[in-house]
Design a protein around this ligand. Structure first.
Ligand code: DX5
Ligand code: ZN
Length: 222
């Protein structure tokens, strides 16, 4: 397996200088940008939707994490907004299998020869077995290491065991993404447990040194 990558969460970026912030990420060698889409219903906070994702003009790949109810009806909008990865929560719909199937047929708006990488996300309280009937319908599993709602929360320790177990379940058929509470102190450990993609929001966009932070996080993965 290749070295894990970071996916940088935009929520705590400096939105007044967004263009410059994104350029810093590109210069640091970041390849993935993580969008936390919250609807104020599936989780408490309301953040951003497809028009905002579309408004990000960037060469970085768009990694869209949907924490919303009724994701099926919203997929088209996020695909049109240039999403490269779309992750849906197993808890967010009765018909998660149908949602993944629909996503599997969609064409990447950035490149007609590519599809959408399908992620399936689990809240910290959801049994890992929930992904078993979905085998073949996802390319990534996202394990939340915090309860969805806010950036800057504390990493839930039991996630470590879950990362190891999910690796046993998916083996090399899916990427594993760990999201929430990752810091410069624990990122190497999270990678060692078997994560391929590690989301980092407030640890990079801390209002001080995003470029250096991104470099440090990436350095810890080599
Ligand atoms: C949790 C979100 C995460 C989170 C990451 O609701 O899905 O992506 O905002 O932010 P940090 O890295 O600050 O925990
Ligand atoms: Zn997220």
């Amino acid at each position: 397996a290749s070295a894990p990558q970071i996916s940088v969460g935009v929520l705590t970026a400096d939105w007044l200088t967004l263009g410059a912030q994104l350029e810093l990420m590109e210069r640091a060698g970041v390849e993935l940008l993580h969008f936390d889409v919250m609807d104020g219903a599936f989780c408490p906070m309301l953040t951003l939707g497809a028009p905002v994702v579309a408004g990000f003009k960037t060469r970085l790949l768009k990694d869209v994490h949907l924490m919303i109810e009724d994701p099926l009806s919203k997929l088209d909008g996020f695909v049109a907004a240039g999403a490269d990865i779309i992750t849906v929560h197993v808890e967010s719909t009765r018909h998660v299998h149908r949602v993944l199937q629909a996503l599997g047929k969609m064409i990447n708006a950035n490149d007609p020869n590519r599809g959408i990488v399908r992620g399936i996300a689990l809240n910290p309280g959801t049994p890992l077995e929930a992904i078993e009937p979905l085998a073949g319908e996802f390319e990534m599993v996202l394990l939340l290491a915090v309860n969805p709602g806010w950036g800057g929360q504390k990493f839930i320790a039991s996630t470590c065991e879950r990362v190891k177990r999910v690796r046993e379940i998916v083996r090399d058929t899916a990427l594993i993404c760990v999201d929430g509470g990752v810091t410069q102190d624990n990122i190497a450990n999270v990678a060692r447990l078997g994560a391929d993609i590690i989301v980092t929001g407030s640890a990079v966009f801390d209002g001080k040194a995003p470029f250096e932070n991104a470099q440090h996080m990436m350095h810890a993965l080599r």
